[in-house]
Design a protein around this ligand. Structure first.
Ligand SMILES: NC(=O)c1ccc[n+]([C@@H]2O[C@H](COP(=O)([O-])OP(=O)(O)OC[C@H]3O[C@@H](n4cnc5c(N)ncnc54)[C@H](OP(=O)(O)O)[C@@H]3O)[C@@H](O)[C@H]2O)c1
Length: 253
């Protein structure tokens, strides 16, 4: 019995948005290490090219996921290069640092456009070839703030968009479950990245995390590797519509 084999992604093609930094760049390395060919998508092409040089047969593509034409072009370039798509990691995202009573609606709309509407557009684009081939796994990077309110700093658009992404995950999962395409989400708590740089630079914020988290610490970079690989691969072949919290017990409280 080879219980590790279903976690392998040999011969599979994965596409990761938000691949130029933080969690997304790490996900590209993880999927590649498991055997996948990876399409790296984000706006900062130089970062993508640097990462692609580390990997075998990776394809860096400059893409603004909020621009439909840019997303069309991303999937067209990926199709021409690899001819199939097996895994999508919807990782591009940002937050809006405003108290709710002060936030301009334009800032709220921008975050919803990126974290929710663009994630939907990218999932639609990925699902078309996946549905045609009868297989595929979509992993949306949500957040614990898509499930509960009250993070370290107020970020209303982020919470709303990630909450939307959590239930969009369930809707897409149910729509596509009978046609071989699974859709799940990961809800991380706090991990170091450009997005959370201010938090990780502040002793006060880190103390607040230690106080909030049952495990008394933020996540470590490698602690998302296993959850991502599980959901991306056949190891989770009977799992769809789920939100896997990787949060040191935060949502269990
Ligand atoms: N770090 C955490 O603690 C944490 C916790 C929960 C959830 N998350 C989620 O994890 C995901 C990755 O975040 P991170 O922490 O790794 O932050 P990060 O380092 O700031 O990465 C964000 C990524 O999104 C990309 N991006 C932003 N706007 C884009 C656009 N319009 N088009 C294409 N790509 C765009 C950025 O690339 P370019 O600027 O090059 O376009 C970058 O690669 C996000 O969805 C975030 O909400 C993170």
């Amino acid at each position: 019995m080879d219980v590790v084999a279903p976690f392998r992604l040999d011969g599979r093609v994965a596409l990761v948005t938000g691949a130029s930094s933080g969690l997304g760049a790490r996900f590209c390395r993880v999927l590649h290490a498991a055997g996948a060919k990876v399409v790296l998508a984000a706006r900062r092409m130089q970062r993508l090219e640097e990462l692609a040089r580390e990997l075998t047969d990776a394809l860096p593509v400059a893409c603004d996921v909020t621009d439909e034409a840019s997303v069309d072009a991303l999937f067209e370039v990926a199709r021409k290069r690899f001819g199939r798509l097996d895994v999508l990691v919807n990782g591009a995202g940002d937050a809006d640092p405003y108290a709710a009573e002060e936030e301009p609606l334009a800032a709220f709309a921008d975050v919803v456009r990126l974290n929710l509407i663009a994630a939907y557009s990218v999932a639609q684009h990925a699902a078309r070839p996946m549905l045609a081939q009868g297989s595929g796994s979509i992993v949306n990077i949500a957040s614990v703030l898509g499930v509960v309110g009250g993070g370290i700093h107020p970020t209303p658009g982020y919470a709303a968009s990630k909450g939307g992404l959590v239930n969009l995950t369930r809707e897409l999962a149910v729509e596509w479950a009978g046609r071989g395409v699974r859709v799940n989400a990961i809800a991380p708590a706090y991990f170091e990245s450009e997005l959370t740089a201010e938090i990780f630079a502040s002793k006060k914020a880190l103390d607040a995390i230690a106080h909030m988290m049952p495990m008394r610490r933020p996540g470590r970079a490698h602690e998302l590797d296993g959850p991502l690989l599980f959901l991306a691969s056949d190891a989770s072949s009977y799992v769809t519509g789920q939100v896997l919290a990787v949060d040191g017990g935060f949502l269990a409280k």
